[in-house]
Structure formats: C-alpha cells, structure tokens
Design a protein around this ligand. Structure first.
Ligand code: AMP
Ligand code: GLY
Length: 420
C-alpha cells in the first residue's frame, strides 16, 4: 500500500525510517518533509493546513493511509475531514484533540474525573486574575490555553512576572486563544508515557524522558525538547499501575461521558512527585524527540500497529521491543528557541559513516544541489541505541564532533539523571 506522513520534524523522519521497514508498504510520501525524509520517502511540498490540497494528492497518488505527525492539523480536524471522504487516517478526531488543543478543556476534564494534576484556574479577562496570582505561591506557571508551538508556558519566579505574562496572553500574544491558565508549580521528575488507543482499549507504546529547557542544568527557556532517552528508568510496575488507574482510564472514561472517544497515540506528560504521577499535559501525538528514541527500539512492524488501531483491532496486538537503550541529542540552530539563524550550510553530513544502531534524523533541514541547509530551530537528532545509555551517549557525541556546522549548539548534559 501507499502511505503519507504529515509533518516535517525529526519525529516524522523517525516514522518514515520505521515504516520503510514494513513489507506492507510500497511508497511513502512525506508532506512536506525535510532533507532527511527525502532519503526514505517522496516529499510533497504541500502546506499541512491545506486539507483540500492534501486530499487532492491522496486521490491522485492513490494513498491508502494518512499518518498525522504534529498536533496542529489534528486540532484543526484533519481526521474528521479525511474520514468523511473515506480515507483511512491515524490520529484522534477534532473533539478528542482538545486534550492538547485546549489546556482549559484538559484541566476541566481532570477536575471532573479526579485526575491528579496541578491546581489551576482559568481566566478570560483580568477580573480576579491579580487577586488569584497574589494569593498563590511562587514559582507559578502561566499558560496559554491554545496551541503555542511549545512557547505557551512560562514558569514565573515572581507574582509580577506572572501578572505581566498573563496580561500578554489575554491581550492576544498567541493567536490560538486569549484564555489564560494559571497553575501551581509542580516539582518532580518528568516522564513521557505513550499509549495507543482505540476507543475503550489501549496498549503501552513506550516511555521516555525529555529535556525541555534550552540550557544545561535545566535552565533557560522552554523548548520543544533538547534530547531524550528510552526506556525511562523511573517507570516501574507500581508507577505504571498508578498512571493507568489514576490518569489514563479516568481520561478515556471522561471523554466518553462527554460523548467522545479517542483513537491514535496519546502522550501523557507526567511529573512524578514522591512516587505519585501527576498529569502536566496531554499531547495527541508522538513526542518529538521522544519518537526518535522509541522508534529505534520498536521491533514490531509499525504499519501493522497503525492498521490495528485504525481498524479497532488493538486487542490482538502484541508489540515487541528491543531490550536496548536509546538516546537522542538535538542539534539546534544558534538562537533557538528565540530568533535563530536560517539557511546555514551543514557540512560533512553525507560523509559520516553510521553503523546500524546510529541514526541522524533530520528536523529543520532542506537540501539544495546535494547540500544540506538548516531551516528550523531544532535541526538534527543524533540518535544511538546500544546495550547501555553510556555507550549510546558516547556514540552520539562522537558523531556530533564530526558534523561540521558552526551555527549549531546542543546540550552536553542530556541524560544527567542516568548518572552515566
Ligand atoms: P506543557 O506545554 O503544559 O507541556 O508544559 C511544557 C513544560 O513546562 C512541561 O514539560 C514542564 O517542564 C513545564 N511545566 C508545565 N506545567 C508545569 C507545572 N505545573 N509545574 C512545573 N512545570 C511545569
Ligand atoms: N518533546 C515534547 C513534545 O513533543 O511535546
């Protein structure tokens, strides 16, 4: 069959790499893709917010399945749009996508179903906002309600900063929404926990730990993710049972009570405080860069998994995982996550010899006349899997040394919790 993957990040390159191994697939298209996806798939230069153009390509190229990488088209209802046209598509519908698309929706669902999460309040106007912040403890977390490409969260050290940030959101700093969510700051260890869901049934789909802050020692601004490793050593059976019983199952039941249901990948962003999981956020897709490490450990045919979810046959799935340890370090453009350099040539990439357990997943890159240029903030994901995290990290650092790019930087302390 022919498939199309929507998106252009490291996550989508990793999905292409994994799907390329499937004997079920003839052609892989990536919309719009990047230089790396261009090595394993055919890139189609279509804007992923243009559903009609995507539909035209699907019919013209006889694409059988669509796999949606990023959240924006899901929140905008691409699944409903394509399903109405009888196209098979992997991802949640518009209603279920509110779990990520609206933090207020997610927080209210938590409240109604006793799901452990940070205490919060939402505001559509200034009324009561200053009083609420003044009566809270710092640090305090201020979030935009809608999607904000990873930039909608500010951890404020003073009440004044929190009030200023909240006012900016109310004044329309982010196009997606003017509602602001104020949250208690939670201290603990973060865990990305993934499941595949079809309506009432779900199955584990990997765990990872990411590093959200741009600076070493977890300092500086929040980013989309600077590096990750899988599996997450913090996850044990007792913790997993709590995650399922206190968070996942009440969420799926809560959606049902509202007349909805979930299909696709659900990513719970958790914080573990003294052995107890609390939900920070839901994402309705694979994590990026978590996907890169999880895909390198997945042994089952990914297309078989996707078909099982789309056709409600999740119960029959037996997913096999490698027992190895995978890590990825993100090479970013100088300036990221603020204004960063673009169109900068990355030299020597094609000369680097990788063994079967090393991968360079592209994110913000494009190719012109066989030369690779940077294009986005997160540019390359150097990924390695081996018998232990230390070996994986050493191999990654070795590859990073060989990449000749003066305009990039990466965090050298990825995996610091592993004490390797
Ligand atoms: P979100 O967009 O809600 O996932 O938040 C992005 C990141 O901000 C999370 O991965 C955490 O690192 C941090 N964060 C968000 N909410 C909180 C909170 N209530 N307490 C502590 N850190 C938070
Ligand atoms: N790595 C965090 C995310 O994908 O949202």
């Amino acid at each position: 069959m022919n498939i199309a993957i929507l998106g252009s990040g490291g996550r989508e390159h990793a999905l292409c790499y994994k799907l390329k191994q499937s004997p079920k697939i003839e052609k892989i298209y990536c919309i719009p893709g990047n230089a790396g996806t261009g090595f394993v798939a055919l890139n189609l230069n279509i804007d992923i917010s243009n559903f009609e153009e995507i539909y035209k390509a699907i019919t013209k190229l006889q694409i059988d399945y669509v796999i949606v990488g990023p959240e924006q088209p899901l929140v905008n209802g691409i699944v409903d749009f394509l399903e109405n046209k009888n196209i098979k598509v992997f991802g949640p519908n518009k209603f279920a996508s509110k779990l990520e698309g609206s933090k207020a929706f997610m927080k209210n669902l938590c409240k109604e179903n006793n799901i452990p999460t940070a205490r919060f309040a939402t505001f559509d106007s200034l009324e009561g906002l200053e009083d609420f912040i003044n009566n809270s403890k710092v640090p305090i977390v201020v979030k935009a309600d809608g999607l904000a490409a990873g930039k909608g969260v500010a951890i404020c050290q003073t009440k004044n900063d929190a009030i200023l940030e909240a006012k900016e959101i109310l004044n329309g700093k982010f196009k997606s929404s003017r509602t602001v969510v104020i949250e208690e700051f939670l201290k603990g260890e973060e865990l990305s926990y993934f499941i595949l869901v079809n309506q009432d049934e779900y199955i584990f789909f990997g765990s990872a730990q990411d590093h959200k802050r741009v600076g070493e020692g977890e300092t500086g601004l929040n980013t989309g993710g600077m590096g990750a490793y899988s599996p997450a050593p913090i996850l044990n059976e007792a913790l997993e049972n709590k995650i399922k019983n206190k968070i996942i199952e009440p969420t799926l039941k809560g959606l049902k009570k509202l007349g909805g249901s979930y299909k696709g990948i659900l990513y719970a962003g958790l914080i573990i405080c003294e052995g107890e999981p609390l939900l920070i956020e839901y994402n309705i897709r694979m994590g990026d860069p978590e996907c890169q490490v999880i895909m390198t450990l997945l042994e089952t045919d990914l297309m078989e998994i996707i078909e099982s979810v789309v056709n409600n046959k999740i119960k029959q799935l037996k997913i096999k995982w490698s027992s190895e340890k995978s890590m990825t370090i993100v090479l970013c453009a100088n300036g990221y996550p603020q204004k960063y350099i673009k169109n900068s040539e990355i030299k020597n990439l094609n000369n680097i010899k990788l063994n079967d357990d090393d991968f360079i997943f592209h994110a913000g890159t494009y190719e012109k006349d066989k030369i690779i240029f940077s294009h986005g903030g997160r540019v390359l994901n150097i990924t390695s899997r081996s018998k232990d995290f230390k070996t994986s990290k050493n191999r990654i650092l070795n590859i990073l040394e060989k990449i000749d790019w003066k305009d990039g930087f990466y965090r050298k302390d990825i995996g610091w919790r592993l004490k390797i």
